[in-house]
Design a protein around this ligand. Structure first.
Ligand code: G3P
Ligand code: CA
Length: 282
């Protein structure tokens, strides 16, 4: 009887929590987690598990797979144009060679940015940031990483100008976030466009993230986005205590996606958006 009563109350509590406003749910293992539908599904460099990273094909795939946002990496050409590519050279992801900063936009645009991934993507080229914003603003969220900004003095102003030109400097209804591993660059961008949410990226560190760091970040950042290997429920709670959110990276297996959901992450940056369930509204 006692057993039955406690089973009944556990069931009642589970039902109450499951349908409570705020959408907190119990995972099958019995651990309290955020409702999966509240977690942002962010396609890393587009849906880069299925199409060549940082190309229109990968961004299109991300939308098709109903991700909430895609992430991209922005750098600058020799002639000062903002281009979307991850590495500081074109060697790995195109049929060319050389540093992004030493090639003009025309030279960068002449490269094949898809064949390295699969022959069916031969027609893909390196997009400009402007092309991506024009094509996808309002259709999906965009997480812009300022990649290696110390190589490109003034890149923060150029990104701010691209957003302002499209009235995305106060993106109330359109989800735009800017992030970087270079925290000075994040602060510079924040000073230029304070209404655009910004995030600090952090690589793995065995020391973890200190309260002093969180205190510094909260002065300008909205997101603390560490390597997924840093995340546990306690770190998520501490980030929340400092009134920031967290979008850890980069998920390439379902187990990691489930782990981050259970830890309470606010978003998951993944090469495989199908590992994180889409919003029911989509
Ligand atoms: O968005 C986080 C992630 O993109 C950071 O690492 O090397 O893929 O740019 P990386
Ligand atoms: Ca990136």
């Amino acid at each position: 009887m006692k057993q039955w009563v406690s089973a009944l109350s556990a069931g009642a509590i589970a039902i109450m929590v499951l349908f409570a406003p705020g959408g907190i749910a119990f995972a099958s293992e019995g651990i309290a987690t955020k409702d999966q539908n509240q977690v942002l599904n962010i396609a890393h460099r587009g849906a880069s598990g299925y199409a060549p990273e940082n190309t229109m094909a990968a961004f299109e795939k991300s939308v098709e797979m109903k991700a909430d946002m895609f992430e991209l990496d922005v750098q600058m050409s020799k002639d000062g144009e903002l281009v979307v590519i991850h590495d500081t050279t074109v060697d790995r992801t195109t049929d060319g060679t050389g540093s992004v900063k030493d090639l003009t936009l025309e030279e960068l645009k002449s490269l094949d940015a898809g064949s390295w991934f699969d022959e069916s993507f031969t027609s893909e080229t390196i997009p400009t940031l402007g092309e991506v914003l024009d094509e996808y603003r309002g259709r999906t969220g965009i997480l812009i990483e300022l990649k290696s900004p110390s190589l490109y003095p003034g890149i923060e102003q150029k990104v701010a100008d691209e957003l302002k030109a499209r009235h995305l400097d106060n993106p109330e209804n359109e989800k735009i976030i800017v992030q970087s591993f270079n925290h000075e660059s994040v602060q510079t961008f924040h000073d230029l466009l304070p209404q655009v949410p910004v995030g600090v990226l952090l690589g793995y560190s065995p020391e973890g993230i200190s309260d002093e760091q969180l205190d510094r970040f909260k002065a300008y950042a909205d997101y603390v986005n560490p390597s997924k290997s840093m995340i546990d429920a306690l770190l998520v709670e501490r980030i929340h205590d400092y009134n920031m959110k967290t979008h850890p990276w980069t998920v390439r297996d379902r187990e990691s996606a489930n782990f981050l959901l259970e830890a309470g992450a606010d978003g998951i940056i993944t090469d495989y958006p199908d590992y994180v369930a889409p919003h029911p509204s989509k």
